[in-house]
Design a protein around this ligand. Sequence first.
Ligand code: UT7
Length: 332
Amino acid sequence: MIKPCKQIGARIAGTGHYLPEKILTNADFEKIVDTSDEWILTRSGIRERHITADNEFSSDMAFEAAKMALADAEVDPKDLDMIIVATVTPDMPLPSTGCLLQEMLGAKKAAAFDVSAACSGFIYGLSIGSSMIESGKAEKVLVIGVETLTSITDYTDRTTCVLFGDGCGAVVLEEGEPGEGVLSTFMQSDGGEKELLYIVAGGSKTPLTTERIEAGEHYIRMKGDGLFKYAVRAMVDAARHTLKEAGLGTEDVTYLIPHQANIRIIEGVRKRLKLEKEQVVVNIDRVGNTSSASIPIAFSELKEGGTLKKGDLVIMVAFGGGLTWGAALIKY
Ligand code: UT7
């Protein structure tokens, strides 16, 4: 049952993704830090990850994924009303990567901005974008999740560097019927746990200085075990909220697309939601943790694989730094 106030639906008109050509395998990391393929694979589920070339940045990846999604949707960039880019690794602090992308695409009439919600960024962006369509304020919205995590990764810290990869995923939303597309979304945060995943330097409180850079304070720091404990509970809770809001249950779900942070977290979420392994979209082995890009990349790959059918119910769940978490329920 869809809430009666919804007169307009936000349908998924197109999907796209981009992964940089260069790949770092676990064997490569054995030469960089004190680690092993066995440790990385069993603890995280990651075998390899894509990393950007020296002249490749978040806006470039967003441009490629956006072109694919727009072509899939048969939407001209000039008709976009809004571009939302979820990222914690923008090309630069100002302007937003959304504005850079707006120019690259020639999306003349689009409002463009970035959303900073770490690994939950795409879900936050999708929630904002679908709300704009449902309220009648926009007809066509491009939502992007993109990260150049390698730019904030400390390659001397084995507890983080083996996990992260670069990439981008994109979705084009457009007006549809109520009851199709984004059925419900859920977002929540807990700033009290900010020290589980953070970057100290580079903001107004702690501007970049030579000392801070030498101390590696511009790199991401993570307390993996603390996040792990929080993640499964929060993701399951978010999934249940979206299902409840749409009047649906886990038995109605066709596919689960979880944020790809750790295969053991993904398994924990799957089991608690009582879903079969075949229902869960997993690409962490090939892609690693790409933060806000992970869900839209997996969604686009699912679509590309040809198994996604009209009417399938897809639930996306994310969790990340902030802390932030959320879910989106989609009737494809
Ligand atoms: O995407 C946003 C949110 N992120 C997450 O949700 C990540 C959640 N956390 C995780 O995925 C896991 O906690 C990790 C994969 C990061 C770590 O797995 P873990 O099973 O929690 O390992 P741990 O941090 O408890 O470390 C176990 C041991 C430690 O050694 P001692 O203290 O037991 O001697 C670490 O020093 O493994 C050691 N270790 C490593 N060993 C080899 C940590 N990193 C590595 C490494 N290679 N790369």
